[in-house]
Design a protein around this ligand. Structure first.
Ligand SMILES: [Zn+2]
Length: 108
């Protein structure tokens, strides 16, 4: 996988959908930060998702933020490679499920 693939993944995987899959309770474009130890229980959500740029950031934590791949790495404590593979698998699974339910499948 080269940089071009990474760029493609980072621009095509929608960050809010990925966040929801990771278990983050997103409402609109905000969610609670996954570094919960740094935040108070009743604090308003500080994690902000930018659907246009496909990025995220925490308003409190300076080291929380970045691309869709950064989100997975930071939330799960994974290496970049592992996050990319997870995303690839997920995309492949999507395609297979589509072709199962929609006949020939959709072209991307
Ligand atoms: Zn935070």
């Amino acid at each position: 996988m080269d940089d071009k693939d990474v760029k493609r993944i980072e621009s095509t995987e929608r960050i809010i959908e990925v966040a929801i899959e990771l278990g983050i309770k997103v409402r609109g474009n905000m969610g609670p930060c996954f570094r919960s130890e740094r935040h108070k229980d009743n604090e308003a959500p500080t994690l902000f998702f930018n659907a246009v740029k496909n990025t995220f950031m925490c308003r409190t934590c300076p080291d929380v933020g970045g691309s869709v791949v950064d989100l997975i790495c930071q939330q799960r404590g994974w290496q970049r490679q592992q996050a990319l593979e997870w995303l690839e698998h997920r995309a492949e699974f999507d395609r297979r499920t589509h072709s199962m339910y929609h006949g020939k499948g959709r072209k991307k």
